[in-house]
Design a protein around this ligand. Structure first.
Ligand SMILES: Cc1cc2nc3c(=O)[nH]c(=O)nc-3n(C[C@H](O)[C@H](O)[C@H](O)COP(=O)(O)O)c2cc1C
Length: 362
């Protein structure tokens, strides 16, 4: 077994162990539909041997929308606008997974933003509103409908975005979740919304259609995130989860631990959540994917051969070098990405998705 051997995730066979982690390109149309440029970005990855491409997070309902030019999973037409993109990715032997998200208290429309409890996402913004139980049930059905659309429109799987402080992860975190009802109290109760979502999604799609989750290994702000994870993951396995991608951090975590951690990676450095993956891997029966800080082919090889994880996932290195995985088949030179985080700037300023260093933009 090595980084270029296939792996099966439920009914899907992925040709190698490389994943493009979900990356919001902000290249959809204002309505959240596919654009030519977005299609080109995703297909370019498939042409270059990426085994499994996870789309940028797609909002499952209008109130869960995170930003302008974000892609939508909130209507059949929006998801179906990616059919040509999906077909082209398949032509090159790649698989494509739709990441489903609700931005919770961080949603773009602050006036209608909801969360597990009320909190202020940013200075100067009004607090989000605590969700009622019927709003929770509605959000669950939005995830399920979005997953059904993904399967109908040819996607190979879905990934529930339960990381980074968006709605599903807000419920999991005692920092955001101060509810007095059965959606809080202990880790199992905080996972209730995620469990309900997974059950509804699983029921909405075919039994062999892969359903995955991206979840935080650490929040770096509230206690017990990793301690609760084996229990949450066991609950998700029981409910039919097919794979987990381990990530970490919330928007309120200390800057050195942010999801998109600044600072170049030295050879032989562990990936951000490698220690946690190693432990979790011994407890789970489904494939474990690790994202964050992977910049060397040797690092990826080591993680797979030492059974730290089953797949490795990359984001920033593929913004800089969409051809990286094809290149690594021949040439093990490290990824050019130095984690300077300037790739975030185009998203914030509305400029095009790119690596500003490669494109010499200042
Ligand atoms: C421009 C940009 C957009 C991102 N968009 C998403 C997203 O839509 N969904 C998600 O789960 N993570 C998103 N992330 C986080 C990445 O998937 C990944 O977890 C993080 O960048 C760490 O991996 P890396 O060290 O390989 O970059 C984004 C990161 C960047 C830099």
């Amino acid at each position: 077994m090595n980084i270029f051997t296939p792996i099966k995730i439920n009914g899907m066979v992925v040709k190698n162990r490389f994943v493009r982690s979900a990356t919001q390109e902000s290249l959809a149309t204002p309505e959240g539909f596919a654009s030519e440029r977005l299609t080109n970005v995703l297909v370019e990855l498939a042409k270059n041997e990426l085994g499994m491409i996870i789309t940028g997070h797609a909002f499952v309902s209008p109130e869960g929308r995170a930003g302008n030019l974000q892609q939508s999973a909130a209507s059949f037409d929006a998801v179906n606008s990616f059919r040509e993109t999906v077909d082209q990715i398949h032509k090159y032997g790649g698989k494509v997974v739709l990441q489903l998200a609700h931005a919770g208290g961080y949603a773009k429309d602050a006036d209608n933003a909801v969360g597990p409890s009320s909190f202020i996402a940013r200075d100067g913004r009004k607090p989000c509103r605590e969700m009622t139980k019927s709003e929770i049930a509605h959000a669950v059905s939005c995830f399920a409908n979005a997953a059904r659309r993904a399967e109908e429109c040819g996607f190979d799987g879905v990934q529930l975005h339960a990381a980074h402080g968006y709605l599903l992860s807000e419920f999991l975190s005692p920092y955001y979740n101060k509810r007095q009802d059965e959606y809080n109290g202990d880790a199992d109760n905080r996972a209730r919304f995620l469990f309900e979502t997974l059950e509804a999604v699983r029921a909405a799609v075919s039994p062999d259609f892969p359903v995955m989750v991206k979840i935080n290994a650490e929040n770096f702000i509230d206690d017990g995130c990793f301690a609760a994870l084996p229990g949450i993951m066991a609950g998700m396995e029981k409910r039919g989860l097919d794979a987990v991608e381990l990530s970490g951090a919330l928007p309120v975590s200390p800057p050195q631990f942010m999801t998109i951690r600044p600072g170049d990676i030295k050879p032989n450095a562990p990936a951000y959540y490698e220690e946690q993956a190693k432990i979790l891997k011994t407890q789970l029966h489904i494939p474990v994917i690790v994202v964050g800080g992977i910049r060397y082919r040797e690092q990826a090889e080591r993680m797979i051969s030492e059974n730290v994880c089953d797949m490795v996932s990359l984001c920033r290195p593929l913004i800089r070098e969409p051809e990286l995985i094809a290149r690594w088949q021949e040439d093990p030179t490290r990824a050019a990405c130095i984690s300077c985080n300037r790739c975030l700037r185009p998203l914030i300023t509305g400029r095009d998705y790119c690596c500003p260093i490669k494109n010499q933009l200042h």
